[in-house]
Ligand binder design. Structure first.
Ligand SMILES: O=P(O)(O)OC[C@H]1O[C@H](O[C@H]2O[C@H](CO)[C@@H](O)[C@H](O)[C@H]2O)[C@H](O)[C@@H](O)[C@@H]1O
Length: 277
């Protein structure tokens, strides 16, 4: 498989660094919209064909393979089907934007503490949705956070705008933050994001290079962290899938693909390049 189009010099350097020194590399990917196509019902997300095999093949040569997601770690492991998948015995899943860490080697999840504001927001949310005239908005209660989805409402974009200010106010009133995503607004703990999560992973592995693939606004923090770390000598490849239409992400990427199948193509090309170096 040929090398994907690397649009930047920094991306080309990052790719070459991973190929030359795979043991020093972390390969990390978002889940929804990157490994799995976006679907109406979040419970129905599944990885696209070839995604787990592509990660597993990379896992044989790189230092660490990880999934970094806004989902709870155990939900992501269940939906993705990674548990017991051949070759993914050292996989790490960073859930809730890094609040949680699941290790395939032990099956155990560790978590930062969950702020008490989540329980208060949970109690107040149904009244808020009724007050703004959107009682049918789907609330995905993720335990440590609350995601309000508009994808299945008649006018999803309009509903998102109606909800943005009241949900921001509710989040801030209980010392939480609002995370915008693709037809979703999420009330979640502050102080952690995918950038912080990746920095922790890089510190714990001593990685010298990272490839990260994302698609949505929640992945911007990861892109920004990697771009900053380039200044400290880290090599990085930023891959954006167009799934969510987040132009801030595609504008900042070294490689842009259309969808999860395109991400699989990139991961496979990287394995091929490592195998033939
Ligand atoms: O970090 P991610 O793995 O990308 O998680 C971000 C959010 O993804 C999910 O919502 C998105 O995917 C759904 C299923 O395809 C889709 O219905 C929804 O519109 C998307 O926003 C998930 O449900 C959220 O909890 C995650 O935070």
């Amino acid at each position: 498989m040929s090398t994907p189009v690397l649009q930047t010099a920094a991306g080309r350097e990052g790719w070459e660094a991973i190929v030359a020194d795979p043991a020093g590399a972390v390969i990390a990917s978002d889940f929804d919209g990157v490994l799995s196509p976006l679907v109406e019902d979040p419970a129905m997300s599944r990885p696209v064909a070839g995604a787990l095999d592509a990660l597993a093949r990379l896992a044989r040569s790189v230092g660490q393979v990880a999934i970094v997601t806004g989902r709870p770690a155990l939900v992501a492991t269940e939906l993705s089907g990674v548990t017991g998948h051949p070759g993914l015995g050292r996989l790490v899943v960073l859930g809730h934007y890094g609040l949680e860490r699941w290790e395939a080697s032990t099956g155990a999840v560790t978590s930062d503490p969950v702020p008490s504001g989540v329980a208060v927001a949970r109690e107040k949310l149904p009244d808020l949705l009724r007050e703004v005239g959107l009682p049918d908005a789907f609330v995905e209660d993720k335990g440590s956070s609350l995601a309000v989805h508009t994808r299945r409402l008649p006018e999803p974009e309009l509903a998102l705008e109606v909800l943005r200010t009241p949900l921001t106010e509710l989040a801030e009133s209980v010392d939480l933050r609002l995370e915008p995503g693709n037809l979703v607004l999420e009330i979640r703990p502050p102080g952690i994001d995918k950038g912080v999560a990746l920095r922790r992973l890089i510190d714990s592995t001593g990685a010298r290079s990272v490839l990260y693939a994302g698609d949505d606004l929640g992945d911007l923090a990861a892109f920004q962290a990697l771009d900053e770390l380039r200044g400290d000598g880290l090599y990085a490849v930023l891959v954006a899938a167009r799934s969510s239409g987040a132009t801030a992400l595609t504008d900042a990427a070294d490689i842009v693909v259309d969808d999860p199948a395109g991400v699989v193509t990139v991961l496979t090309a990287l394995s091929d390049a490592i195998a033939t170096r």
